[in-house]
Design a protein around this ligand. Structure first.
Ligand SMILES: [Zn+2]
Ligand SMILES: [Zn+2]
Length: 641
């Protein structure tokens, strides 16, 4: 009998008989572990505990305390949903139903569902959990498998693709329900402590818009009811802050039907965007960037030598079309245009770094089902920048960039998570340049005293990078900016500089975006602040509320004295109470309330959006404070503390 060697997470190894299962290995380690085993991770892949080991492998045992247990539980929950659906709607056809980061979904068809139906299905699922049905794996020969799916062309397709080599074919069953499935699963439906269906949307078979439209039902599951409640509470909070909802309430932006994935910025939103633009522009100047502008419309051949054409066009991600026998496209990124400007002149080692920045609008053809407000878009404006540096300048360049990054994110109260992505298998360029560049990124992070995570082998093929993720007020992580080194484009486009030795040398290209894109960053800010923006960003900074119409002329005088700020007067003939309420609803940082007393004494009553109030304030005192607050870009109102 031959044996295989399994390597355990602590590095120790174990010899087991070839064909032994994950569960056998667990029992080998200890009977307690054996009986707790839910599934296994073999060479990085989550598998059923009955999976036989045919060759040497790294293996982890998944018990209910492992992170992967949630994935297993949620996949079982997807089956419970499908069973409940078929009990209520026997005509429903199942397609694919995987687990996801925070739950599961199942794409179904043959049944007309809406949001209201979820409650009944959820109730049926609860009784299936109550029934505590055993979940068992069953192996069928291919003929039987096809017979089961005589009327389901989707499962037939799966049998012919993903499950093409399988014989027998793996099914999982619970009660009267079965599903073509690789598992793994928990032991019984009763293991699911908390189960909820969340929402319903349209999807496409295999995510392709050219295929049939399906109905996607999202749900989630947890080992306990408490965990579920906590999750639902967090989700409710996030929904309240949904940037699409707040964007509408504050009249910041819209994404109408005629421009799917491309936002319109309304005057209020544009006021914020201009503040952000000006801010980044100042930072770019500090960093020595020179602003350029490059066209959105280019011949498609621009992106062929850089490799972008292959990367974007093949995936259908690029907007491109033929006109007058030439292929044109909308730029999916600005790199090629900036590289062109660099290459348009002879550069000397003394000129480097050469840095170009651009608020460059780019277009990528994201699938329509994926689009969402400002966060998933097709058209967006990056605060892009490219620096062309000598290899010996990399570290300084990155140190300067990172120090600006910290400054910027600090003004938004966003915690930045730095991720260093290192060389992968498909890397271009020599190992020496990768080592040198990765060391430069590492020491830049360290000299700035920043903690960072290392993502081994995760870098794109063209160079190592630092990904900048922001953690928002609800603890969610958003990918925002990047600092990316690139050895590939300079090589492919033959970009050079003349060195001290009078020879031609290759520059390294640094791609960086501080905020990422204005669209996405504003989407994140709206949710992070729940619309209560720092005063320097708020579309309306101060609202003056006259107690009666007679006070309006004096209010206009005050507005003129505050002309450096965005100040409106509430002129509707409402009660003061209603005017205050409206200003709160509009999330205006400060209100100045002006009645006859204030007018006579030439003072103002200041109220902030946190409902703090102070009477008899000299306007000059308030104005000076606001000036400081805006100039220092403080994250919240600080006049009345
Ligand atoms: Zn399954
Ligand atoms: Zn770039």
């Amino acid at each position: 009998m031959s044996t295989v060697t399994v390597t355990l997470p602590d590095g120790s190894t174990l010899e087991v008989e070839e064909g032994a299962t994950v569960e056998d290995v667990a029992y080998e380690i200890g009977p307690g572990l054996g009986s707790d085993t839910v599934a296994g991770v073999v060479d990085g892949e989550l598998v059923d505990k009955h999976t036989p080991l045919r060759e040497d492998a790294a293996i982890e045992i998944v018990t209910p305390s492992a992170d992967e247990y949630l994935d297993v539980l949620r996949h079982s929950a997807a089956h419970v949903f499908a069973q409940a659906l078929q009990r209520l709607y026997p005509e429903a056809k199942l397609t694919l139903g995987p687990w996801t980061d925070d739950g599961f979904y199942y794409d179904v068809t043959g049944v007309d569902l809406d949001e209201d139906d979820l409650e009944d299905i959820e109730a049926e699922a609860e009784s299936i959990i109550e029934e505590d049905l055993d979940i068992q794996r069953e192996l069928l020969d291919r003929k039987e498998a096809f017979e089961r799916y005589e009327d389901n062309e989707y499962k037939q397709e799966i049998l012919e693709t993903e499950a093409a080599g399988e014989d027998p074919v793996s099914f999982y069953e619970q009660g009267e329900f079965y599903d073509l499935c690789q598992g793994p699963h928990v032991e019984s439906t009763g293991e699911i402590g908390g189960f909820a269906l969340l929402e319903i949307s349209a999807s496409y078979w295999r995510g392709d818009e050219d295929n049939d439209t399906l109905t996607r039902v999202y749900g989630t599951a947890f080992p306990s009811e408490d965990d579920l409640e906590e999750f639902l509470e967090r989700r409710r909070k996030a929904k309240e802050r949904d940037h699409r909802k707040i964007g509408q309430e504050m009249d910041l932006f819209s994404v109408p039907d005629h421009s799917p994935g491309c936002a319109h910025f309304h005057p209020n939103g544009m006021r914020m965007r201009r503040e952000l633009e000006e801010y980044v522009r100042t930072k770019n100047e500090e960093l020595g960037y020179e602003e350029v502008w490059t066209p959105e419309l280019n011949k498609a051949e621009l992106w062929k030598p850089t490799g972008h054409y292959d990367a974007f066009k093949e995936d259908g991600e690029m907007f491109a079309w033929e006109q007058d026998e030439t292929e044109y496209g909308l730029k999916p990124m600005n790199c090629a245009n900036h590289a062109y400007i660099y290459g348009d002149e002879t550069r000397s080692y003394r000129d480097l770094p050469v840095r170009f920045s651009e608020f460059g609008t780019v277009y990528r053809n994201e699938q329509s089902g994926e689009l969402s407000g400002l966060l998933r878009v097709r058209g967006f404006t990056q605060d892009d920048g490219h620096a062309f540096v000598r290899p010996d300048q990399i570290e300084d360049e990155i140190v300067d960039t990172l120090s600006v990054v910290q400054d910027i994110y600090g003004h938004f109260g966003l915690e930045v998570i730095y991720k260093l992505e290192t060389q992968g298998d498909d890397a271009v360029g020599s190992d020496e340049i990768w080592d040198e560049a990765t060391d430069a990124l590492r020491s830049a992070l360290e000299s700035e005293g920043l903690e960072y995570q290392v993502e081994e082998g995760e870098a794109a093929f063209y160079g190592p990078k630092i990904a900048l993720n922001a953690r928002d007020a609800l603890g969610r992580e958003w990918t925002i900016g990047t600092v990316q080194l690139d050895f590939n484009i300079p090589e492919r486009l033959d970009l050079t500089y003349v060195g001290e030795d009078n020879e031609e040398h290759r520059p390294v290209m640094v791609h960086r975006a501080l905020l990422g894109s204005f669209e996405r960053f504003m989407g994140v800010l709206i949710e992070h602040f729940n619309g209560n923006f720092p005063p320097w960003l708020a579309p309306e900074q101060v609202r003056i509320l006259p107690v009666s119409d007679d006070n309006i002329p004096y209010c206009e005088q005050l507005q003129a004295e505050l002309s450096d700020f965005r100040v409106e007067i509430e002129e509707r003939s409402w009660t003061v109470g209603k005017k205050i309420q409206q200003a709160h609803d509009d999330r205006v940082p400060y209100m100045l309330i002006i009645g006859d007393d204030e007018e006579e004494a030439e003072v103002v009553s200041v109220r902030d959006r946190k409902e703090r109030e102070q009477k008899d304030v000299q306007l000059a005192e308030f104005r000076e404070h606001l000036e400081t607050e805006v100039e220092q870009k403080r994250t919240d109102v600080t006049f009345l503390v």
